[in-house]
Design a protein around this ligand. Structure first.
Ligand SMILES: Cc1cc2nc3c(=O)[nH]c(=O)nc-3n(C[C@H](O)[C@H](O)[C@H](O)COP(=O)(O)OP(=O)(O)OC[C@H]3O[C@@H](n4cnc5c(N)ncnc54)[C@H](O)[C@@H]3O)c2cc1C
Length: 383
């Protein structure tokens, strides 16, 4: 068996792995650096399943590491979207569409009051909307939403969205154009991936193997499974586990409303072509990426309570994705201690799209031994 060689090997082609590959590829010295991405397209991968909601970033200088990661990402994402469109012709439909936050119970009202205080400190523009005014300004919603129990509506004009599948297609095509090699694995090969720590080669029982100077694990919810096989002593290294989220997709003839509607952890996201996403559930059921009747009923019941008019239109799709969660809701980003050629970027839970660009900028720097744009101490895998 002869191993092919690349400078950087990335395992996983979700939003995180692809963004890092893209950042490395567009800044590489092609005479000296090469990149390979191994991916298995496992059922339940999160990035294709996400809603693509991008809350407005904190507008003031911040020392909070998660806010800084979000700020860095969301400042760059409009530019990345333009750049990807130019390179590939694929429009990820990034749009600053605004968001409404609705409080339907006293608990949600208290939570929204807390959010409002945070937005104020963070310099994020918001305004309280009077229900009558909302009804006047939003004719479709006035007719089809159920606002009897609504206690408060807050508008957040800086909220944005993009369409995940298109963004991923654009990243993948741009990477290919920039010379990144992709190796498609089937799920049984993915289960057998083995790292030889002496030669830095990754193999999967076939004739093919790759020897890379630096390996990065961006395998989403499956990251810890690989780490457990590859790193015998994982003491102190945080773990990543799957949290399933399900979504329904309605199809209307035209876009019925412009802004994302958020109610607690649930939402309605209107796409440009009349699709409306309703999401999302949260369940810890291991690596089960299948859809369920219970989740469908749950999301339909949420729709009936909030936007019953949507039920006049068909549900054209239901899907599930496994969010990679970490025990402290903070992603793992950095080197694996004791393994000089192994890095990890995973555990982005409900925010992997909105944190993807910042993650890419940081990891591309780390993989080249350059100083990252953010202080990454709290993200260290060992903590
Ligand atoms: C329903 C839902 C709604 C969401 N909404 C939003 C949102 O609005 N905004 C937001 O920012 N985030 C959202 N998220 C979260 C976001 O989607 C995730 O945080 C993000 O996609 C994680 O990306 P990832 O690349 O780490 O993981 P993944 O997308 O899961 O990618 C991991 C990849 O690694 C591959 N892989 C795994 N093991 C192996 C192996 N052994 N060999 C080779 N390949 C392997 C998998 O096949 C997969 O392609 C949502 C998630 C869900 C499920």
């Amino acid at each position: 068996m002869t191993a092919q060689h690349a400078t950087f090997g990335i395992i996983g082609a979700g939003a995180i792995g692809l963004s890092i590959a893209y950042q490395l590829a567009k800044t590489r010295d092609s005479a000296r650096e090469s990149i390979v991405v191994l991916d298995a397209q496992l059922p339940g991968a999160a990035s294709w399943a996400g809603a693509g909601i991008l809350p407005p970033p904190v507008q003031t200088p911040t020392t909070d590491p998660l806010e800084a990661l979000q700020q860095l990402s969301l400042q760059q994402l409009p530019e990345w979207s333009r750049e990807l469109l130019e390179r590939t012709g694929i429009d990820n439909q990034y749009q600053r569409c605004g968001g409404f936050y609705l409080a339907m119970s006293t608990g949600e009202q208290a939570a929204l009051a807390g959010l409002q205080s945070f937005w104020k400190i963070a310099g994020i523009e918001t305004h309280v909307v009077i229900a009558e005014q909302w009804q006047h300004d939003q004719p479709w919603l006035a007719q089809h939403a159920s606002l009897e129990t609504c206690r408060r509506i807050v508008a957040v004009p800086g909220e944005a969205q993009l369409r995940n599948p298109r963004h991923l297609q654009a990243l993948r095509l741009a990477c290919t154009q920039l010379g990144v090699q992709f190796v498609a694995l089937d799920s049984s090969a993915a289960q057998r991936l083995a790292l030889d720590p002496t030669t830095h080669s990754v193999s999967w029982g076939s004739q093919e193997s790759w020897r890379c100077d630096r390996w990065l694990l961006a395998a989403g919810s499956w990251t810890s499974q690989l780490l457990q096989r590859w790193v015998p002593d994982l003491r102190g290294v945080g773990s990543v586990f799957p949290v399933k989220g399900e979504m329904l997709l309605f199809k209307l003839p035209t876009r019925p409303f412009q802004s994302i509607i958020n109610v607690g952890t649930r939402y309605f996201v209107p796409r440009q072509d009349g699709h409306v996403l309703v999401g999302s559930t949260e369940q810890e059921v291991g690596f089960d990426g299948t859809t369920s009747t219970a989740a469908r009923d749950d999301l339909l019941s949420f729709t009936r309570q909030t936007l019953p008019g949507l039920l006049d239109w068909p549900v054209v799709q239901q899907w599930a994705g496994l969010r990679p969660a970490s025990f402290d809701h903070t992603p793992l980003m950095g080197a694996i201690p004791g393994h000089p050629n192994l890095w990890v970027a995973s555990g982005h839970f409900r925010s992997g799209l909105q944190w993807s660009v910042g993650t890419a900028l940081c990891l591309a720097a780390l993989l080249r031994d350059q100083p990252p744009p953010l202080d990454l101490r709290v993200f260290q895998p060992r903590r």
